[in-house]
Design a protein around this ligand. Structure first.
Ligand SMILES: [Fe+2]
Ligand SMILES: [Fe+2]
Length: 361
């Protein structure tokens, strides 16, 4: 069934192609593997999963609040615009805001799919090509999962938001292999991890929580891959090259913080866009929320050594510098554990039901 059915805009108006130029690198050395990458590659192979099997798609969702998120997490909650709305209008804001967010996850995942495939081509080492190949499969699964969630459960989808589009164009069209890692694995996936984590932990609906927990389990490996590769490469570059990367980090961080605000939703619902934007910019809760989106990015940027004065100053100005003290590997380990515990709980429930069936027979 076509996605057009649930889109807020026709796809022929929103589709796009990018002319990228990159150097495709073959490598005939098949026996030089780094232990840490080999471990990650083995994990990537062993932890493949099938979205049709691991996720219980039979669960119903509340059409008025599919993810069962508290209204206080809505960007315009508490504004005069929100307070004037009747129940019907509030339901529409909930549905549209959730569909917008999941749609951006979906489009970001397609970006990750394309970037992972590009890394297979452009990265010089064979062990990195191997690992990136497992990531290509992971990202296809994430696209499949979010697309199914939007089609079957939310029945509404938004086109890619402008700031995400701009960032994807920058990353995909850059010919330097490390920019793909830096832009995708560190910045976009880092931001996505924090956003997935909020839904995993705050959504009362078990389907929304499970989807995000399982995707995060894979993403934990992807961010680790980006970190390992860049941590090894960045000490070898010149100061001028480092400055370029740090400038990109600062520019992309501001873009994600200031422009990724969901204007498409206000537009679509016919709400006063300027008033909504002003409220979202100044609301204390939204300011905190925007800071939280950097919990995964900041410690990784520090860890890969793009930690010059300009970057530190920008993150201090954004109020997110304290996240630098978090341990990125510990955060990844927590994400993996969460998904494993969810599986264990599901198996336990399945066994209890099977045992009850046995008794009643
Ligand atoms: Fe992904
Ligand atoms: Fe990923």
């Amino acid at each position: 069934m076509s996605t057009q059915r649930i889109y807020t805009l026709p796809t022929d108006q929103t589709e796009w192609k990018i002319h990228g130029s990159s150097e495709v690198v073959f490598n005939w050395e098949y026996d030089q593997f780094r232990d840490n990458l080999l471990t990650l590659y083995s994990k990537g192979k062993q932890r493949q999963w099938d979205s049709a099997v691991r996720i219980d798609w039979s669960q119903d969702v509340d059409p008025e609040n599919p993810m069962e998120l508290d209204d206080t997490y809505l960007a315009i909650y508490g504004s005069p615009i929100w307070d004037r709305m009747n129940d019907r209008e509030k339901v529409e804001v909930r549905r549209h805001a959730q569909a917008w967010q999941i749609s951006q996850f979906l489009h970001g995942e397609q970006g990750a799919l394309i970037c992972a495939a590009k890394i297979v081509e452009t990265v010089p080492d064979v062990d990195s090509k191997f690992y990136a190949a497992t990531q290509v499969m992971d990202e296809a699964r994430h696209v499949e999962t979010y697309a199914r969630y939007l089609h079957d459960k939310l029945e509404l989808a938004y086109p890619v938001a402008e700031p995400l589009k701009l960032l994807l164009i920058d990353i995909v069209s850059d010919s330097r292999w490390d920019f793909t890692y830096l832009g995708m694995q560190v910045l976009i996936e880092g931001l996505a991890l924090a956003a997935f984590g909020l839904i995993r932990d705050l959504a009362q609906n078990p389907l929304a929580s499970a989807i995000n927990a399982y995707v995060m389990q894979d993403e934990a490996r992807h961010v680790a891959f980006g970190r390992l590769a860049l941590k090894e490469f960045y000490p070898q570059i010149t100061q001028a090259e480092r400055d370029e990367r740090e400038d990109f980090v600062i520019q992309a961080s501001y873009l994600m913080r200031d422009r990724f605000r969901g204007e498409q939703v206000w537009q679509r619902l016919g709400l006063p866009e300027d008033d909504c934007a002003e409220y979202v910019d100044n609301s204390a809760l939204m300011q905190e929320f925007r800071k939280m989106l950097f919990t995964r990015i900041v410690p990784t940027i520090k860890d890969i050594g793009l930690w010059g004065e300009k970057v530190r100053r920008a993150y201090a100005e954004m109020g997110v510098i304290a996240y630098a003290d978090a341990d990125p590997s510990a955060l990844s380990a927590d994400d993996e554990r969460f998904a494993e515990e969810l599986d264990a709980r599901r198996h336990q429930v399945a066994e209890t039901i099977a045992a009850a069936d046995e008794v009643s027979r």
